[in-house]
Write a protein that binds this ligand. Structure first.
Ligand SMILES: O=P(O)(O)OC[C@@]1(O)O[C@H](CO)[C@@H](O)[C@@H]1O
Length: 601
């Protein structure tokens, strides 16, 4: 499996390839900027005046939020070097592939030029630690962003919380398209995401073959073992992230076999090989909890006789000064079909009033497209086909985000491309090391092909069409907010999550937001680290790519620091964590929330 070391002092290919770009991209002179500055004193000469420097030559102190002012932190390095490179690469892409982009988007030269200028200014503002500009597009979502920017204490790239600045840059990158005539639907990372899918075909074929054996109804023990294995496949798929690798392709690696031919990439073997790098493993607890909770929710749904005939959404809406709810279920209790009795009408309760979820659902808050999304789809398919849950909701990003995060278009692309996959490779069988059974040279070839992958793609298409797989993209996921503040900023999304049997958060960015971007004590428990964010049982699957973590056994963090002080920036280690604590689902005091579902998937 490839690891992507990102610091300039590492030996990674990425840092050497890009060192030139780094030098030209970055010109912040933080210390000189802040130490002394000549100022004109009226009627006198220019004199040097001390200006307090916000930069500290330290790592992020414990219990403090990550921020670009700590010069030995990954936040500082990311804002100073990684993010500018990502922006430079978008500019390169626009210059290099201008004609292709123009014809695919019906855009003009002016659109391309304008977008390049827009990104160049954004990059410049970032590296010189300017104050954020307000967004200039006028949409409700952009107005919210402007409200948060105006209310944030520190409106500078390096002095605000890292996650806010990073999200702000991706939001601005999107604004550049929104402001242009011809680039409204342009995704600056589309090519990289598609290439990364293609590069991962082989491990997808291997996982698809194995998944086919996990789908038929199985006994409890096998079901639990398969569930746990798939969680681990989902975890290590989070290594394939194009933002950490600065857009360079990242795929699961395989070594050369004894015949000199690359071995088949086998993600199940990788799960085994990386056993010691899994620092917290709650997979058994997760499997037990999801199954038990799903059964309880199914029973509650079946026995729910407490449905309202008439929902009070309109009254609530009026009280809240909002337009009345348009959902069918909220209309006055009228029989849905001719001849339906009042009892039948009761079967459609108002979502705002439900104290029992409408269906047995499992939620995935997605991270990266390509191989990682494929792995999430495999887990979702397993949960549905084992009849553990009835629906899986995938929460994706409405706009291009952190290079490789899933958008609705990527979701569609991955399923379509699986369905159309055509791949096959044959590799001579490996002989087992001497001393092991069957030491004799095995005969024949091991082959891998995309037949099962294509079948799965076809099934997933149907699961999307019949509403078993639901794609949702609430704006909150592309806001800068950490999750403990979700209830305040998006109570409707919080309530939607409360309907889930469990919510699985994928990846590093989600993890940072779960922990409130706070560098807590690494031994602090996951539940405490969540700071009260408990809409449903929460699962975090994350390879460690930023310098914060919780739930580690005593002494582990110190031990790993002793081995490699940059271990938290490379995605080599992972955690699978569960917080079972949940806030009870009560009838809402607000009118019904709009669906948030994406129709065109
Ligand atoms: O969420 P993901 O895809 O696992 O990781 C996103 C990521 O690459 O972006 C951040 C830096 O930009 C890091 O925290 C993290 O490594």
């Amino acid at each position: 499996m490839s690891t992507t070391s990102t610091r300039p002092d590492s030996q990674s290919q990425h840092s050497s390839v890009h060192s030139e770009t780094v030098r030209s991209a970055v010109n912040i002179s933080d210390d000189e900027e802040y130490s002394t500055k000549p100022e004109f004193i009226y009627g006198g000469p220019f004199i040097k005046v001390e200006k307090p420097c916000p930069f500290l030559n330290t790592a992020t102190p414990m219990n403090v939020q990550l921020q670009g002012t700590f010069k030995k932190s990954f936040a500082y390095y990311s804002l100073k070097e990684r993010l500018p490179i990502i922006l430079t690469k978008v500019i390169d892409y626009l210059s290099r592939e201008g004609s292709k982009i123009k014809s695919a988007n019906s855009a003009s030269d002016e659109d391309i030029r304008g977008y390049i200028q827009y990104i160049t200014k954004l990059k410049n503002d970032l590296v010189t630690n300017k104050k954020y500009d307000l967004l200039t597009v006028d949409t409700p979502e952009a107005r919210k962003w402007n409200e948060w920017i105006s209310n944030t204490e520190n409106q500078y790239y390096f002095t605000n919380i890292w996650v806010f600045s990073e999200c702000y840059v991706y939001r601005r990158l999107r604004e550049g398209c929104e402001l242009s005539k011809g680039l409204q639907n342009f995704d600056p990372f589309d090519e990289q995401k598609e290439q990364s899918f293609v590069n991962s075909l082989e491990p997808m074929c291997v996982v698809a073959d194995k998944l086919m054996t996990m789908l038929p109804p199985s006994d409890k023990d096998k079901r639990k073992a398969d569930f746990m294995t798939l969680l681990k496949i989902c975890l290590w798929a989070n290594k394939c992230d194009l933002s950490l690798s600065l857009g360079e392709q990242v795929t699961l690696n395989s070594a050369d076999g004894s015949s000199g031919v690359k071995k088949i990439i086998d993600p199940f073997q990788i799960v085994n090989d990386l056993k010691d790098k899994l620092l917290v493993d709650d997979t058994a607890k997760i499997s037990d909890l999801v199954v038990t909770k799903a059964e309880a929710v199914a029973r509650a749904i079946e026995g729910n006789t407490n449905l309202k005939t008439k929902c009070s959404c309109n009254r609530l809406a009026t009280l809240a000064g909002l337009p009345p709810c348009k959902q069918e279920c909220c209309e006055e209790a009228k029989p849905s079909e001719e001849g339906a009795t009042e009892g039948e009408a009761q079967q459609v309760p108002c979502p705002g009033k439900l104290t029992v979820p409408p269906a047995v659902m499992f939620d995935v808050v997605c991270d990266n497209a390509g191989y990682e999304l494929f792995a999430d789809l495999c887990l979702a398919h397993f949960l549905v086909s084992q009849n553990i849950v009835k629906k899986v909701r995938f929460h994706v990003k409405r706009i291009p985000w952190f290079v490789s995060d899933v958008t609705p278009r990527d979701f569609k692309y991955v399923i379509r491309s699986c369905a159309q996959a055509s791949y096959s490779r044959e590799v001579p069988m490996e002989s087992k090391p001497e001393g092991e059974a069957e030491a004799a040279e095995p005969e024949g070839l091991r082959s891998v092909n995309s037949n099962n992958l294509a079948n799965l793609g076809g099934i997933w298409r149907k699961l999307v069409d019949d509403g078993t797989f639901v794609v949702m993209c609430d704006d909150f996921w592309t806001s800068p907010h950490v999750y403990k503040d979700m209830k305040q900023h998006d109570p409707d999304l919080y309530r939607k999550l409360q309907f889930a049997v469990a919510v699985m958060f994928k990846g590093d960015l989600n993890y940072r937001k779960l922990l409130g971007e706070r560098n807590c004590n690494p031994t602090l428990g996951f539940e405490a680290a969540l700071q009260g964010f408990t809409p449903a049982p929460l699962i975090a699957l994350r390879t460690v790519k930023a310098d914060l973590v919780c739930g580690l056994p005593k002494g582990k963090w110190e031990q790993l620091n002793g081995i490699d002080d940059k271990w938290m920036e490379k995605g080599d280690y992972g955690v699978i964590q569960l917080c079972a604590k949940t806030e009870a689902l009560r009838a809402s005091e607000r009118p019904c929330a709009p669906g948030g579902e994406v129709d065109d998937v």
